[in-house]
Design a protein around this ligand. Sequence first.
Ligand SMILES: Nc1ncnc2c1ncn2[C@@H]1O[C@H](COP(=O)(O)OP(=O)(O)O)[C@@H](O)[C@H]1O
Ligand SMILES: [Mg+2]
Length: 142
Amino acid sequence: MSRRASINELKSAVYPVRSAEQLSLARRAVLDWATRLEFSLVDRTKFVTAASELARNTWVHGKGGEMTMSQLERDGLTGLRLVFADNGPGIENIGQALTDGFSSAGSMGKGLGGAKRLVNEFDIRSAPGRGTTVTVIQWKRR
Ligand SMILES: Nc1ncnc2c1ncn2[C@@H]1O[C@H](COP(=O)(O)OP(=O)(O)O)[C@@H](O)[C@H]1O
Ligand SMILES: [Mg+2]
């Protein structure tokens, strides 16, 4: 039997990410949920910054998609999970995409690697022609 407590999903909502306005609404929703759940200012800022970079990638590189936000509970800890999913071109070399300074679009190339460093859990799945899904979780410190 696994000793790791299972994750309960308490509440969930989906936000489209297909325009600059929707990107800012999604970002705002992450800030609202993190504030309501009383995450620290530092953790809130980190998570919203990561969300903003990932939502921008979904929109710009992924040609639009959606963000699903869920409130989690595991072993008495509160968390927030964001899943960014698109059906865009996908990523051929994920290691390269995560490297600071790499951009296929001539931009800063620090979004993906930066987002990974700002959150507690990070997962990316992508393949050429199959779109991209990035999942991040931030746990609220006791
Ligand atoms: N959702 C996505 N779909 C396709 N490619 C992506 C996606 N997200 C990231 N990438 C690829 O990873 C690279 C690095 O992303 P990032 O670090 O955010 O830098 P930037 O957005 O400045 O290019 C992008 O240039 C792009 O090639
Ligand atoms: Mg980016």
